[in-house]
Design a protein around this ligand. Structure first.
Ligand code: NAP
Length: 474
């Protein structure tokens, strides 16, 4: 069924059938959502943290109550295995509880010792935050940004990815049902660049994007023209470094999980497996065996570990990346050819003998395709890990703690997880450097992104101010 610019379709990627169809918003409808959010903000910003925590806690309660419904919706719209979808809803509830509990601690006035009678830093809300979100974690990406943004006193307008409109509307309903003021959280149904005029709207004070680096460049450019604050959570090509002394069996088992979770469509999925030469053979065998054991199938089935990719075009991109890499000399250890069945399925795949110019290393791969590279030693592994335009997460496997601490400092990434896969946790900052974006989500850092960090200085001064001290004579 053809998609016109005015239609937004929900397609089940396991069956390729259209399950819902919506008209995209007119500019007037979109403007009304911004207006509603702005008006709600004018009251909401004056509420105490305790008052804001009430609907935020309700959000967590409703998420848990409606877990099955929301999980099924995500699985239907983007093909996530149902067990992982349930876990996603649980994690959203945790994040809501976390910020209901901790926002005041993160944003309360912060006394600073100066020569004032009293001086402090206050964290004040900015206004309407426009969120442009991806389809891969339809609920988590939204709650990850919205729970802290709203607890900080902001309002939100969500422009979700076009292939998850039912999730986008369910989220708007969820915030309303939780008791947030009318309009404080609004969803607009718009395709891609149609959201750009909203960035220019005077009432929109900031933009948060989770998406590809290409979209990040566009949004940052538009936001820059209008001097709007931006947080960008973009793509990644995370290294998974395995050194000779590592527990190879554990590294391979975790590596497979890190690569194939969410059908391989995670920004922080391990994508480049960099293994020192003496461990590479054992790692390759263990990894391939674990990949082949994965249950690929209907994402609605509890036993399924890998479902379809979310859209047909994403599978085509992955196929091109694999085909070109193989043409350039990569060896297919397992997988490598699309499955002969309805739905956008692609099998768990391992390519070995991969080199820097091959697309599976040079580009982000968004699907269950792992690239295995041999490194001479730990130094060489770090060099290869850093040879990427991206810098989101990274995983390092060694039994030598001192070495791990030293290497962690040298890896160019927003996080380093030692003897673990990379994951997000409300208590820890999340984000990247280089083409993976800037700004942070989660933790105290995340909730402060959309605040005015205001200095308040109460005089008269109790001592001399540096500005008033004369420079010593030459
Ligand atoms: P995408 O094309 O960049 O889409 C992300 C969002 O941006 C969607 O809502 C999309 O809307 C919108 N968009 C697309 N073009 C736009 C434009 N010109 N102006 C404004 N908005 C625009 O990303 P994707 O390929 O669907 O998602 C996967 C990417 O997201 C991967 O690169 C992945 O690594 C990254 N990601 C990063 C994180 C992180 O936390 N760092 C997390 C998850 C995913 P439409 O759907 O309507 O086009």
């Amino acid at each position: 069924m053809a998609l016109t610019a005015t239609q937004i379709l929900s397609v089940d990627p396991a069956t390729e059938e259209v399950t819902a169809r919506f008209d995209a918003f007119t500019p007037e409808q979109a403007e009304a959502k911004v207006r509603g959010a702005h008006e709600a903000f004018l009251e909401w910003r004056r509420e105490s943290f305790a008052e804001r925590a009430v609907p935020t806690r309700n959000l967590a309660v409703l998420l848990r109550e409606r877990k099955e419904r929301y999980a099924s919706l995500m699985t239907l719209e983007m093909g996530k295995p149902i067990t992982q979808a349930r876990a996603e809803v649980e994690k959203c509830a945790w994040n809501a509880d976390f910020y209901a509990e901790n926002a005041e601690r993160f944003l309360g006035d912060e006394p600073i010792g100066t020569n004032a009678r009293s001086s402090f830093v206050a964290y004040e809300p900015l206004g309407v935050v426009l969120a442009v979100m991806p389809w891969n974690y339809p609920f988590w990406q939204v709650i990850r940004f919205a729970a802290p943004a709203l607890m900080a006193g902001n309002a939100a307008v969500l422009k979700h990815a076009s292939n998850v409109p039912q999730s986008a509307l369910a989220l708007e309903e969820l915030f309303r049902d939780a008791g947030f003021p009318d309009g404080l959280f609004g969803t607009v149904l718009l395709a891609g660049g149609a959201v750009e005029p909203l960035i220019a709207d005077e009432r929109v004070k900031a933009v948060t994007l989770t998406g590809s680096s290409a979209t990040g460049e566009r949004i940052a450019a538009v936001a820059g023209r209008h001097l709007k604050k931006v947080v960008l959570e973009l793509g990644g090509s995370d290294p998974f470094i395995v050194l000779s002394d590592a527990d190879i069996a554990a590294a391979a088992a975790t590596g497979v999980n890190a690569r194939t979770q969410n059908n391989g469509q995670s920004c922080i999925a391990a994508k480049r497996f960099i293994v020192t030469a003496d461990a590479a053979g054992a790692f390759e065998r263990a990894f391939a065996a674990a990949l082949e054991r994965l249950v690929v199938g209907d994402p609605k089935d509890d036993r399924t570990q890998v479902g379809p990719l979310a859209r047909g075009d994403l599978r085509e991109t992955l196929e091109r990346q694999v085909a070109e890499s193989v043409r350039m000399g990569a060896r297919v250890v397992t997988g490598g050819r699309r499955l002969d069945r309805k739905g956008y399925f692609y099998p768990p795949t391992l390519l070995a003998d991969v080199t820097a110019e091959m697309p599976v290393l040079a580009e982000e791969t968004f699907g269950p395709v792992a690239a295995l590279v041999r490194a001479r030693d730990a130094d060489d592994a770090v060099r290869i890990a850093n040879a990427t335009p991206y810098g989101l997460g990274s995983s390092l496997w060694t039994r030598d703690d001192a070495l791990a601490r030293r290497l962690a400092k040298r890896i160019e990434a927003g996080s380093v997880f030692v003897n673990s896969m990379v994951f997000s946790d409300p208590r820890l900052p999340f984000g990247g450097i280089k083409h993976s974006g800037y700004g942070r989500e989660l933790s105290a850092h995340g909730i402060r992104e959309f605040t005015n960090v205001k200095t308040v200085w109460l005089g008269p001064a109790t001592g001399p101010q540096m500005a008033q001290i004369e420079a010593p004579a030459e």
